[in-house]
Design a protein around this ligand. Sequence first.
Ligand code: F6R
Length: 615
Amino acid sequence: MCGIVGYLGKRRAYDILIQGLHRLEYRGYDSSGVAMIAEDGELNIYKSKGKVEALEHYAQNKDLSGAVGIAHTRWATHGEPNDINAHPHFSQSRNLALVHNGTIENYTVLKEALIRHGYEFISETDTEVAVHLIEYIMHKNNCSLFDAVKEATKRIIGAYAIAVIDRNNPDQIIAARQSSPLVIGVGDGEFFLASDATPIIEYTNKVVYLNDGEIAVINRGKELKVYDSKSTSESEIHITELQMSIEELEKGGYPHFMLKEIFEQPRTLADCISGRISADGKSVVLSGVVEHKEKFLGANRIIIVACGTSWHAALIGKQLIEDFCRIPVEVEYASEFRYRNPVVTDKDVLIALSQSGETADTLAALELAKSHGAFVFGICNVIGSSIPRATHSGCYIHVGPEIGVASTKAFTGQVTVLAMMALLIGQMKGLVSEETLQTVASDIRRIPTLIKDIFKLNDKIQDLAKIFTYAHNFLYLGRGYNYPSALEGALKLKEISYIHAEGYPAAEMKHGTIALIDNDMPSVVIAIKDKVYEKTINNIQQVKARGGKVVAIITEGDTIVSEMADYVLEVPQISECLTPLLTAIPLQLLAYYIAVNKGRNVDQPRNLAKSVTVE
Ligand code: F6R
């Protein structure tokens, strides 16, 4: 949700800022902007509604000089996407420029006070108060930019990662963070600043993750300094070496990141599994679980909090953990959990499931559970992100950067980690026999190869997509382990094609939704050979009897459903609890090709952003 970039060093800042904005565009693409202190000392701010390309076009032939600057790509929260509301925002004197990711909750109060002091606001954003407030404090206290930012952070309530530059000091950037991510890259005589490490990796692999309540002072030719905003103390700096490669951030010949990420799944799941299942397939090793064995074994229940696709993976995790560990599991929307008064005790384990590790609601939900004494465990993808840093323990899914806004490889990575966790905890509880563990663990290891087989359906799915591109509504039906798959299939289609789709437990359909079925309402039914297979067949017949078209995802060799459904997509046989890992693939591809046929911007669908760091 908004991305910020900063640079201070020896190169032309503009080039680094623009490249960084492209890398962060997945976080929001309503508008973008850059601010640089030019060679002649001017503070140049260029902003444009729309994508970074529009900004590049606008900035052509302008003064792009200067070796210090900040930049922003916006996902609009306060004020419509237009040039004025785009960041960077500048102060009344036009000496300061500021970019912000997050939301300032008390901005109306601050704004009113600043207006009384003669400040004029030109945008509708919450951010503009921050830059005026900092300037107001600088003038009133006759203090440095650092002191003013420090004072301002005491008055601002909300979430922010900010970076500020001052026209009178082209050798400095001040940055601060509270609940929104900020990473500083430390190069040779140069510094990079970004919402995540992706804009930094091509210049340096040495990064410092700023913690909540910290302020960074970046000075040309000097060492990076980080301070705690609430005290006068200097924080110790921990430099992390990034393992990410630049190739992971490129499309690698695919037309879209989403397609690349779908096709990457055999490799990403192999990485996710690597080193976690022993060679003889008799044990699972997840050190974050093993080290806190007593918490899992003593848990009265497990609560999984998540949003969106991660919430769907959590629903599969619930079934896995309940099946293998006999521990009750509750799956909660993080956004609901955090504002209820949930009953949480120190006998609960809370799992925060999040690809980005930055989702504001998930982060707040885990903090709430922590404050009630629960043991909190994170399952995330982005290394060093806020959730892993706020949890007692956890494990990464290790599927590499996911850049397409629609989550694909992270979903299968999450389900794979949850399956391994369920096996491990079940084994530690003495509920999973060696034989069961070996069967399921060896099936987990087969998943990458089986997914490669499913890719043979690619052309067939492309043809199928042509038939259904003009449907206005879709129903996705599934049961048991594949009920969440139906929800996820529907979400994928909705978010990238803008076709209305509803995921439903197949048997629930007859309690109301069946009224929608007619010739124009295709149903995608996941009808694999599981323990409710016969029941699902009944549900297909109910759809067919009302003239509905059925696309069925079936187990290889199933002739019964093949004869009944209008179109079938076969996936290989596997342990029932792992079937969502296979059925996900045709669902992802179907959504992708329909969206492409409709001419949608698959990687950056309208109104969405990858990392939802606001409420
Ligand atoms: C859908 C999608 C979103 C995310 C959700 C949670 O394709 O990507 O629904 O799953 O915003 O994000 P994370 O997992 O980063 O917490």
